[in-house]
Every structure is written in C-alpha cells, then in structure tokens.
Design a binder for this molecule. Structure first.
Ligand SMILES: [Zn+2]
Ligand SMILES: [Zn+2]
Length: 361
C-alpha cells in the first residue's frame, strides 16, 4: 500500500492508502522524494479540466527508482530521476516533425489507470504519474535520470514549472539577448518564465502580479522591474519602452483579461505567448484593425514547447552551475495533507511553489 492524495471528485481530497498497479516489463517504480503543487493539479479539481475520479493528483516530481521492469533499458534501480508527465510517442505526425509537445498520443490526456483504492475501486493517475504519493509506477519513458548531487526536492520543479516557464521564454517566445520581456502572473511557472528570460539575456524583465508579496521572488528570479496588475498596465509598459511596448510577453495566468492586457502591452511586430491554462467559458476580443495594425503574434506554449529528454539535462546543468535558484522559489514544504491549504494559497495568489516532501527512509 502507498499513501496518496486522492481526489474523489471536484474539491474533495483525501489522503489514503492505495494499491499501485503491477509493473509491466516497460515500467519503473519510483520512490517520490518531492512533488510540487502545480496549478494544473488545482485545475484537475476546480472544474477547469474534467478528469475521471478517483484521481491521484501530482505530476511535478522527482525521486529514486526502486524497481525496473524486465524490458527496461537505460534506467536502473537507485537512479535519481525527474518525472515527465508528457511522454511523446516519437512516431506520430507531430513527433516526427520535431514538435513532441503536440504529440497526438498525449493530447487532452488527464490520467491513466493507476491501480486500486483500498476498497477495490480503480483510480486514475494524474497525467500518467499520480505523483502525490509515496511511490509511483510509470513507464520507464516517463523518467529522466539526473546526477545524484542535485537536490531531489528542487529537481521536482524541473519536471513541470521550470520546463514550462523556461521553455516558454526560450522555445516559444524565443527571447533574444537585449529584449524587453513582460511576464504576467508570478506563480511557479511565471517565476520560471522570468528565469528563462534572464537565461536568454533579456535586458529588461518586467514582472507583474496582483500581489506585492511577489516582488522579492520576482527580483530574485531576475526581474528588473515589478508592477502591480492594474488597468493601466499596457500604458505603463509602453512608457518604459519609448512608447513601443515589450518585445515579448509571457502570460502565465490563463484568463481573458490578462491575455488581452499582455497582448496590448507588446510592441508592433512583437509576440505574446499564452502560458497559463485557462477556462473555456471566457472570450478574448480583438478588433480587425488592431490585428492588422499591430502585426503581433499571439501563440501559446504547451509544456514550454519542450522536449524533456533534450531540455531537462540543460536545466540540470543550469541548476548545478547556480544559474537556477529553485530553493528560493520553494516557499512552503508540506506533507500530503497540506495540499488543500496549498491550493488555497494558490487561489489567493500567495507565495511561490509549495512542495510535498516525503520523509527519507
Ligand atoms: Zn504542472
Ligand atoms: Zn507523438
């Protein structure tokens, strides 16, 4: 039996013992060391997404491999690994043209069969992982080995927030040295987007949030300016950029209002990237003349437009070289039963990343 955080329905969370599914020859078992509380976990229980329940939450994790299936190669028991929640098939139309984040096999996936609850009811594992649990059984293709000297709790963040945020800046927005980058929404992903802009040598990074409490975290991640979200935001950004607007904007909220604001704050010919996962019951409106006149690009970033096998090792190098400070992003270390409170902090827009840590055995 494994302790796990189970969503039995919308907004109903319980810590309980579950029986993980048996290993197939292509699976591994991982003892989870740390798992981040990501906004997508909240989206699984607040009605934004419609997964099947019961669902073991969690997809941003790192741990130690404790068992490998007979046909597994390249991963061994004892390896430290980051979990990857979007395993591309490598054979579909998107994968073969180098866009594995758009893989047909994972499009719209919210969970896969994870095992049985104590009463025999089958549960799903969130995004194929269900990592808010002491242990995970997942395909070997869903783990990326990392060096043993990387702290596992920090490495957990690489698997979602960092890959998503840094990838949004580097892969999706293609931030260039010297550019001005606007980042709206400073949760775990937004702070990582600030970091990504810094790693890409942006000259000016304007970070925006509704909470002034985010300023110190933003500046630690590399923001040069901090603004409170405000109806005059786009005007303020233009005033800071000789009237032009930012070269790139990274919208890390996923709401119609912030998408519209971020797009408006971008210069003519600039790019606005939607990183936040938003609801389907809002509309963003543009008039035809402004679309023509401003010649801006509006696009999205899915999992940072990353290939985890290619991009995770690069992030690990940044972490080991001290260019990524993830310890500073982790503001709350909690147990499984602390996740509902972490969701509340997220709803209130407080703090950086909360991470569930498991006692070492
Ligand atoms: Zn996530
Ligand atoms: Zn594919």
């Amino acid at each position: 039996m494994t302790r796990a955080l189970v969503a039995t329905g919308q907004d109903t969370l319980d810590v309980m013992d579950v029986e993980l599914r048996p290993l197939t020859p292509l699976d591994v078992r991982v003892r989870v060391a740390g798992v981040g509380v990501c906004h997508s976990d909240l989206s699984m229980v607040n009605g934004t997404l419609s997964p099947s329940y019961p669902l073991v939450l969690g997809h941003e994790a790192a741990g130690v491999v404790t068992e490998v299936g007979d046909a597994v190669t390249g991963v061994e028991s004892g390896d430290h690994v980051v979990l990857n929640w979007a395993v591309p098939c490598r054979t579909c139309w998107f994968c073969t043209r180098g866009e594995p984040w758009l893989c047909s096999a994972i499009e719209g996936l919210t969970g896969t069969p994870g095992g049985l609850l104590a009463d025999g009811v089958p549960f799903e594992a969130c995004l194929g992982l269900g990592a808010m649990a002491e242990e995970v059984v997942c395909p070997a293709t869903a783990v990326v080995p990392i060096p043993d000297d990387v702290p596992l709790e920090e490495a957990a963040l690489l698997g979602c927030a960092v890959l998503t945020g840094v990838g949004a800046a580097r892969n999706a927005a293609q931030v260039q040295p010297g550019e001005t980058v606007l980042v709206v929404g400073l949760g775990g992903v937004g702070l990582s987007a600030v970091t990504g802009a810094r790693l890409a040598d942006a000259r000016r990074i304007i970070a925006v949030d509704t909470s002034s409490g985010k300023e110190a975290l933003a500046r630690a991640a590399g923001a040069t300016d901090f603004l409170l979200a405000d109806p005059t935001l786009a005007r303020q950004v233009r005033a800071m950029t000789d009237g032009r607007g930012a070269d790139k904007a990274l919208e890390c909220v996923g709401s119609a209002a912030t998408i519209r604001t971020a797009w408006t704050a971008v210069r003519r010919g600039g790019t606005c990237v939607v990183v936040g996962l938003g609801p389907r019951d809002q509309q963003v409106t543009f008039n035809p003349l402004e679309i023509f006149h401003f010649s801006r690009t509006l696009t999205s970033s899915i999992y940072g437009n990353s290939d985890p096998e290619r991009d995770l090792p690069v992030l690990v190098d940044h972490l080991r070289a001290g260019r990524l400070d993830l310890a500073g992003t982790i503001t709350d270390r909690i147990a499984l039963d602390g996740v509902p409170d972490a969701f509340e902090r997220m709803r209130r827009g407080e703090g950086g990343r909360s991470i569930v840590v498991f006692p070492r055995r």
